[in-house]
Design a protein. Structure first.
Length: 179
C-alpha cells in the first residue's frame, strides 16, 4: 500500500482579501470555518461583509488516491495574527492574497510574506483579488508596489471562481515541486 502524501498549503492575507472564499471554492469537503459576526467598526467598512474568520478555515482537495492538499487559511485581522505562527507549521507553500482595492492590503501581504520567509524557505504566490472592482489598483501598479525581492509569483485571482482558484493553486504546486 502506497503512503498518502499530504501537501499543507497556507492561505494568508489581509482582512477581506478572499481567504475564506478561496477555501470554500477549492475544498471538496465542507470546509471547517470559524466565522463570527463582525464586531469591529473598521471592519464594517467593507460592503457586504458580515462575518470574519477568528481562528482558521480548513479545506481539503484530493488530487489522486495518494495525494491530498490541505488548505489552511489564517484570519485577516491583526488581533488574530498569532494564528499565522500556529497554522504555518509544516507548510510546503503559501498563497498570500492581496485586495486590489485596498492599498494597506499590499503592505500587509508583503509583511506576511516576509514573516513566512523568516520561518521557512518555501514558495510563495501572491494572488491579487478584486481586480474587477471599480476602485481597484491596476495589476501593474500592485506588481510594482509588491516588488520582486523574494521572487514570489504574482497572479490575478478570483477566489469565488473555481478555475481561477485552481490556476493559482497549480502555480504554487508547480513551484513546490520545482524545489
Amino acid at each position: 500500500m502506497q503512503q498518502k502524501k499530504i501537501f499543507k498549503i497556507l492561505i494568508a492575507g489581509s482582512f477581506g482579501s478572499g481567504k475564506t472564499s478561496l477555501v470554500r471554492t477549492l475544498s471538496e469537503i465542507e470546509p471547517l470555518t470559524t466565522e463570527k459576526q463582525i464586531s469591529n467598526s473598521q471592519e464594517r467598512l467593507f460592503p457586504g461583509k458580515k462575518t470574519t474568520t477568528v481562528a482558521l478555515d480548513m479545506g481539503k482537495l484530493k488530487i489522486a488516491d495518494d495525494l491530498e492538499i490541505h488548505l489552511f487559511a489564517t484570519p485577516g485581522q491583526e488581533r488574530f495574527s498569532f494564528m499565522l505562527d500556529i497554522l504555518s507549521k509544516g507548510i510546503l507553500g503559501a498563497l498570500v492574497l492581496v485586495d486590489a482595492t485596498n492599498l494597506a492590503s499590499i503592505d500587509e501581504a508583503k509583511n506576511i510574506a516576509k514573516k513566512i520567509r523568516e520561518l521557512y524557505e518555501i514558495p510563495i504566490v501572491y494572488g491579487i483579488t478584486k481586480t474587477d472592482e471599480e476602485n481597484a489598483k491596476s495589476f501593474e501598479e500592485i506588481q510594482i508596489h509588491l516588488g520582486n525581492e523574494d521572487d514570489a509569483k504574482i497572479i490575478k485571482l478570483d477566489p469565488r471562481d473555481f478555475e481561477s482558484s485552481k490556476r493559482a493553486l497549480l502555480e504554487l504546486l508547480k513551484l513546490i515541486l520545482e524545489q
